[in-house]
Ligand binder design. Structure first.
Ligand code: PBG
Length: 328
């Protein structure tokens, strides 16, 4: 072995990592309150906010506590609030979703009255919280999810949400043609300014688990005949392009973390804003590990969100939105 002296490197990427201020100056990606959307749950007939055990820190809201959360979100400058409703009674066709007095529609009106134009108000447009079988659409006699019959209900649901004052509706049921039907239902009712945030590339994911508790889901089985196979990335881009052709204003990839490659492909393929949903199971994993002292909670949250932004998401839906906006 010769003992030649080690030649010092000429190029030193570490120079730009010397201080926190310099690292901040050269950061390629930022996290800002306006990029974060807070998903919230509101439950009919509730007297007190009810904790969701699999999502520590997240609650099912009462109508009043929801208004307070919306006011806080507006004050923090968040990019929006996404509403999910949990009805007292469910039925086979999810009537509560269409009823103007249904929990989701009255909650939209409550929140809009509270925040006005200060915060974009978004609503999940799907039947699964309202059906007694827990599927995102209505069923055929032999128990399959009936795409086209479901579309008619989505059209009515879109009109009800727009009438309640929603700024954006979020069709999330993965029925073929849902964006076109929702767009034309809105336009036909004069709601041409209500935008469509399409859950375009939505995968049949195990990480939705805690959400099932959050909305008291009745689902038995899975959603694999309508949500996408986790094996498929190209197909995610195809779903996104179809939704844009049907009139989607914003497209979404969901879940986020296990699908960062899909987020990147979609960002590179389209010129509309791209959202990604950091879903319940992704939230629960970080909270659970942090509760055990296995990871630094705050650092893990910020790293999670910056990685979703870095992959290409302009907008991130996250249950940490308000907390993180408070840190920024
Ligand atoms: C459908 C819907 C789901 C989520 C958002 N919209 C559940 C599903 O598709 O099974 C999941 C959100 C989360 O897990 O945080 N209404």
């Amino acid at each position: 072995m010769s003992s030649e002296p080690i030649r010092p490197p000429v190029v030193r990427p570490r120079r730009l990592r010397t201080t926190a201020a310099l690292r901040r100056a050269v950061a390629e990606t930022s996290l800002e309150a306006r990029q974060l959307v807070l998903p919230v749950f509101v439950r009919e007939g509730l007297a007190e906010p009810r904790p969701i055990s699999s999502m520590p820190g997240v609650v099912q809201h009462t109508r009043d506590s929801l208004k307070a959360a919306a006011a806080e979100a507006a004050a923090l400058g968040l990019g929006g609030i996404m509403l999910f409703g949990i009805p007292e009674r469910k039925d086979a066709v999810g009537s509560g979703a269409i009823d103007p007095d249904g929990i989701l529609n009255v909650a939209i009106a409550d929140v809009v009255a509270e925040v006005g134009d200060a915060l974009p108000v978004m609503a999940d447009l799907c039947l699964d919280e309202f059906t007694d079988h827990g599927h995102c659409g209505v069923l055929t006699a032999d128990g399959r999810v009936d795409n086209d019959a479901t579309l008619e209900l989505y059209a009515e649901m879109a009109r009800a949400q727009a009438a309640a004052g929603a700024d954006l509706v979020g069709p999330s049921g993965m029925m073929d043609g849902q964006v076109a039907v929702v767009r034309s239902a809105l336009d036909g009712a004069g709601h041409t300014d209500v935008a469509v945030l399409a859950y375009s590339a939505k995968y049949a994911s195990a990480f939705f688990g805690p959400f099932r508790e959050a909305v008291d889901s009745s689902l038995v089985g899975d959603r694999k005949t309508y949500q996408q196979d986790p094996a498929n990335a190209r197909e995610g881009v195809r779903e996104v392009l179809l939704d844009i052709a049907e009139g989607a204003d914003i497209v979404m990839v969901k879940p986020a973390l296990a699908y960062l490659d899909v987020v990147r492909r979609v960002r590179d393929a389209v010129d509309v804003p791209v959202a990604a949903y950091n879903i319940s199971g992704e939230y629960a994993m970080v909270e659970a590990a942090a509760a055990h002292g296995w990871i630094d909670r705050q650092a893990a949250i910020l790293e999670t969100l910056i990685s979703i932004r870095r992959a290409g998401a302009d907008i991130v839906l996250t249950y940490w939105a308000a907390e993180v906006a408070g840190l920024l």
